[in-house]
Design a protein around this ligand. Structure first.
Ligand code: F3S
Length: 298
């Protein structure tokens, strides 16, 4: 069996930055607590807890006197105001690409435009982005835009500033933008898909097309990991989403001759390595391809 590992598998710079900020603060002796998991990966969150970083699920749960770690997905403006009001210090690990979207929607609204956000309204990144403006319109597809347009004739002429979730697929974004360009008259469009997401998704698509099976490593709660699985399923008949090496479907993979591996932006390198090691131990992996893989990735 030949293993092919995507070059882009694993931590992106925003996730590395967030995890390092939390680790460094704990190492510096700060009494820290994450406001929500700092990234969507249960192993990393457990590791941080082991280093003394606590976890709270809402601002109201935050104990006094702690240093709050704001997670990579960002938080709404009201959360910063709340922390300041309570006098809680914080470390902001919001990915800079996400902070840029906060600025875009806030500035758009201040300029009299309505932010239109393409993304999952329940995802923490989008909940936070929506929290930087008063009246956002959040859609996941062109049909939802069409429904909003049908509500009132003047909606077509609303000045709209269009942004999207950093982990949107190019297909989702393009279908919304193509539709809205045909229907609306006053548009400002910012493609805010993260460039590492683009790279990771196109690499996964290319790998899936040349492999008999694909293994996607990441937390089931991670939106970008689930997107990778969707993209691969459209191109490859055998796609397995696993959180770590213990979930490897060894018997299902045994008959494949080329297996592709990729991982979400919040999957640490050590988990990817464990998966590769287990495959190498348990399946007859081509030694040359495996040596190459370890050399370039870890
Ligand atoms: Fe940031 Fe892109 Fe990663 S938005 S958290 S660098 S996937």
């Amino acid at each position: 069996m030949k293993l092919l590992l995507a070059k882009s598998a694993g931590f992106c710079f925003g996730v590395s930055r967030a995890v390092n900020l939390a680790r460094e603060s704990a190492a510096a002796g700060k009494d820290c607590v994450m406001l929500g998991p700092v990234i969507h990966n249960a192993h990393v969150v457990e590791d941080l807890k082991g280093r003394g970083v606590g976890l709270a699920f809402s601002p109201e749960e935050l104990p006094d006197g702690k240093t709050v770690v704001i997670r990579s997905h960002g938080e709404a403006r009201r959360v910063y105001e709340y922390l300041e009001k309570r006098g809680l210090s914080y470390i902001d690990s919001t990915c800079p690409n996400v902070s840029r979207i906060h600025r875009l929607v806030a500035e758009a609204e201040a300029a009299g435009r309505r932010p239109l956000i393409v993304g999952n309204p329940l995802h923490p990144e989008i909940v936070a982005v929506a929290g930087w403006c008063d009246n956002p319109l959040i859609v996941e597809n062109p049909e939802e835009i069409a429904r909003w347009l049908a509500e009132a004739e003047e909606n077509r002429d609303t000045p709209l500033t269009v942004v999207c979730q950093t982990t949107c697929t190019a297909e989702q974004w393009n279908s919304c933008v193509d539709f809205i360009k045909k229907e609306c008259t006053n548009l400002q469009i910012f493609d805010t898909i993260c460039s590492t997401t683009y790279r990771r998704q196109s690499e996964a698509a290319a790998l899936a097309s040349e492999c008999d099976a694909m293994v996607i490593i990441g937390d089931g709660k991670s939106s970008n990991t689930r997107r990778l699985a969707e993209i691969c399923r459209a191109r490859c008949g055998r796609v397995f989403l696993i959180e770590d090496a213990s979930m490897l479907p060894l018997s299902a993979l045994a008959g494949a001759s080329v297996v592709g591996i990729t991982a979400g932006a919040s999957t640490p390198a050590w988990i990817i390595k464990e998966v590769c090691d287990k495959m190498s131990d348990e399946i007859n992996v081509n030694e040359e391809s495996f040596a190459e893989l370890l050399e370039k990735s870890f």
